[in-house]
Design a protein around this ligand. Structure first.
Ligand code: PLP
Length: 374
């Protein structure tokens, strides 16, 4: 028989999380998550799910009935959306300007879709003219884009223009709002977005595990009229909605404490007010951006498409990017991250999300950065 391994009681270091996620968990969310479990059909638990749906409709700015939390991380929501929207033989258009647009394409291919691309350099947003050209050339059924590209720190502007192009071509629009939801202006219905997912662990300052997803009427119609079932049973939205909707059929055991935490995180959004929250992110991240510039560091994303929740700054010539990251962690307990994919080694990624987006964190980070660069 194996003997039990020797471990110590959980004792994690106290970090300031200013990386690309997770962000620091809001204390009220932590408290909510230490609440005792309820059964997945307990009427009190079902009420919690109803609250989550209503709070998510506010946070996404949508009336979509199919608004829920997927059991899993952001990628599970991405896979749920794509796996249900893309049928074998469908064409999906995805961007090439970042790591997560590329992931959309990989998932669409596994769903049996033909993947075509609209190009923009890493570090720049998509241009509406290029999207229109890609539509004329490929006539895609689904267009996926990343509203807030965490690998480049770029916010996609002109969203209504992009959705108009897609709708003129009878296509559905899927938006990755993982790094924008509740931190950056987003209006799912007014902007004509057919389906969108967010993340609990970025601007919502909750733990990963229960991920916001919303599906509009056109998208829902397509899902309900598929020729064949989606390949994944676990991520089949029609089955999942039998649990979230009036039927209340068991599908899988909900991640109880994640739902408690998400509900509290969304209540914090509602209390602060979405517009105030967007403004707080702009203000605090604006101080960060300016402070970094005062240290001689250049932002990698233009102001026109700056993403307050994720700031990319260029690594100056002759500076070892990982040495700086290690210094911040070792000396100040601050987490930031290096570039991802094509920008590896070229930029640092500094998050300013949710509960982490506070002046005291920015001041501490700027002090640490100044010392690291000396
Ligand atoms: N999309 C974007 C824009 C992301 O930044 C991430 C993760 O950081 C994901 C999708 C995937 O989310 P997760 O890592 O929670 O599965």
């Amino acid at each position: 028989m194996r003997s039990p391994p020797e471990t110590s009681q959980l004792d994690t270091p106290s970090r300031i999380l200013m990386g690309p996620g997770p962000s620091m968990i809001a204390p009220r969310v932590l408290r909510a998550m230490s609440t005792q479990a309820l059964g997945y059909m307990d009427p009190s638990f079902l009420e919690i799910m109803d609250d989550i749906q209503e709070l998510l409709r506010y946070t996404f700015q949508t009336d979509n009935e199919w608004t829920l939390a997927t059991s899993g991380t952001g990628t599970a929501a991405m896979e749920t959306a794509i796996g249900n929207l893309v049928e074998p033989g469908d064409t999906m258009l995805v961007p090439t300007n970042g790591y997560f647009g590329d992931r959309m394409g990989k998932i669409a291919r596994r769903a049996g879709g033909d993947v075509v691309t609209v190009d923009a350099p890493w570090g720049e947003p998509l241009r509406p003219d290029d999207v229109a050209d890609a539509f004329d050339e490929h006539q895609p059924d689904v267009f996926g884009f990343v509203h807030a590209e965490t690998s480049t720190g770029v916010r996609q502007p002109d969203v209504p223009e992009l959705t108009d192009i897609a709708h003129d071509h009878d296509a559905l629009v899927l938006a990755d709002c993982v790094t924008s939801l509740s931190g950056v202006e987003l209006h799912v219905d007014d902007w004509g977005i057919d389906a969108a997912y967010g993340s609990p662990q970025k601007c919502l300052s909750c733990t990963p595990g229960a991920t916001p997803l919303t599906i509009g009427e056109r998208a829902r119609e397509k899902i309900q009229n598929r020729d064949e079932d989606t390949g994944s049973w676990y991520l089949d939205l029609e089955l999942i909605m039998e649990y979230w909707g009036d039927e209340r059929n068991y599908h899988h055991t909900a991640p109880t404490t994640n739902f408690y935490g998400l509900r509290e995180a969304l209540r914090l959004v509602a209390e602060e007010g979405l517009e105030n929250r967007w403004e707080r992110h702009r203000e605090i991240a604006g101080e960060l951006r300016q402070g970094l510039q005062d240290l001689g560091l250049e932002p990698a994303a233009e102001m026109e498409y700056w993403l307050p929740s994720l700031n990319t700054v260029e690594v100056p010539d002759g500076v070892d990017d990982t040495a700086v990251i290690e210094f911040l962690m070792d000396e100040y307990d601050i987490e930031i991250a290096s570039g991802l994919g094509a920008l590896e080694g070229d930029v640092w990624r500094i998050g300013c999300m949710g509960y982490s987006a506070r002046r005291q964190n920015v001041a501490c980070l700027l002090t640490a950065m100044e010392e690291a660069l000396e």
